[in-house]
Ligand binder design. Sequence first.
Ligand code: ADP
Ligand code: MG
Length: 193
Amino acid sequence: MDDGRAPGHLTVVGGPMFAGKTEELVRRVHRAQIAGRGTVVVTHVLDTRYGTGRVASHSGVVAESLAVDDAGAVRGIVTPDVRLVAVDEAQFFGPGLVPVVLDLLDAGLDVVVAGLSVTYDGWPFEPVPALMAVAESVVKLTAVCSVCGRDAAYHVRASDGGSPVDDAVVPVAAHVGGTESYQARCRAHRTPR
Ligand code: ADP
Ligand code: MG
């Protein structure tokens, strides 16, 4: 993969649900495409909210994507014409995404990673925090708190009545969802840890 190019640039877009992470990722992908840079958008097969073959924001912004089932599989879809690799919903890939991203950067590719930086019970959600630590550029976004309208750095799972659900176990697949099951919350209205 190393053809002597200068190392790439890592941008990490992190935050809670509804923060506009996918919008920001797609905006950057569209700019690269306008510039004629070979771009590939990667999602995880676990994220089937909008069907396979595309990423979409809650507001309807869309880009074509390839779905893979494992962080290592990202290496296999990078063809020689690719200059920018964009990974959405990074939390689905787990910590194994970190060495893959570092290898892509060393090989001269630019990488944009978007994903949840926090779990719905308020803890750092790898691999986004680790990738933020080694990135050239970090975009930390907030959503709008569904209770009071303040900046929301958190999100919660909501029951039908809108109250947080107190789940002890956090299966990764449980983080697939939209407005029907999650709400953005500020620090004052997050789920008590
Ligand atoms: P993310 O990828 O961070 O989950 P998206 O990019 O998919 O976010 O969607 C962001 C869009 O979600 C906003 O532009 C807005 O239209 C919509 N939205 C819905 N609920 C909220 C909220 N509570 N706070 C901010 N935006 C929201
Ligand atoms: Mg998103």
